[in-house]
Write a protein that binds this ligand. Structure first.
Ligand code: ADE
Length: 232
């Protein structure tokens, strides 16, 4: 999978994409990730990437020209109907569709080339959305100062689902949300720590009982904090 990120802060991604599963996936050749400086695609001599909003108001809006030029360079066309199969252009914005585990799974399975556009300031010129963007995504009902942290969240959730990115094939299938509910609690050694004991059931080696306990605990937790996930 190839992932390109369009941003005015390319250095933001240097460290975050160089640890853990993402680093491993990159080294294994499962994914190639490049953060591109939008300013390189600016068309005027001042390298302007944003401008004041038509109609007035606070803040600045990302200009369309650098984003169109970047997409044409990365994909070969600025007409989303002509993108090669498996190509998606994702705009991170608080106005987007809420991003879910199922979306991450679908992208991990189907996408070959993902381009993320990180919005900034007051937003992005709407013509970008009209013509270039295949998916406008929000990572939650709060406003970030830019799309960069959201791009990290979305990229991480997709890359860890790529075949062979996680150490064990089963480790993603038990995740919270993959099962329709939150994950169960986990414990490791020591069996007793500062007087706090690991639940006995996890120590007795009875796998059927352990599975039952995990299922019930996951349900209990989901009912308590995310009743909206349960469709009983
Ligand atoms: N940019 C600013 N806020 C955002 C959010 N909640 N999700 C995605 N991109 C954003």
């Amino acid at each position: 999978m190839k992932i390109d990120v369009l941003t005015i802060f390319p250095e933001f991604f240097d460290a975050v994409f160089d640890f853990g599963i993402i680093r491993r996936a990159k080294l294994a050749g499962i994914v190639k990730i490049v953060a591109h400086d939008l300013r390189k695609y600016a068309v005027d001599k001042h390298k302007m990437v944003d401008d004041r909003p038509f109609g007035g108001g606070d803040g600045m809006v990302l200009k369309p020209e650098p984003i169109f030029a970047a997409i044409e360079n990365l994909i070969g066309t600025s007409d989303r109907d002509s993108y090669p199969k498996g190509t998606r252009v994702v705009l991170l914005s608080p106005q987007g569709k809420p991003f879910k585990q199922a979306d991450a799974a679908l992208m991990a399975e189907e996408a070959e080339h993902l381009v993320f556009i990180c919005g900034r300031y007051e937003g992005v010129d709407e013509r970008v959305n009209d013509v270039l963007v295949t998916d406008e995504i929000s990572i939650g009902d709060y406003v970030l100062s830019g799309g960069e942290p959201a791009a990290v969240v979305v990229v991480d959730s997709i890359v860890r689902l790529l075949p062979e990115a996680l150490g064990s094939e089963t480790s993603a299938s038990n995740d919270s949300f993959s099962t329709g509910k939150l994950d169960c609690p986990h414990y490791t050694r020591p069996a007793e720590f500062r007087g706090m004991k690991v639940p006995e059931v996890l120590l007795n080696g009875n796998h059927a009982e352990i599975e039952k306990w995990r299922f019930e605990k996951a349900l209990e937790k989901t009912r308590a904090v995310r009743p909206d996930l349960i469709n009983e």
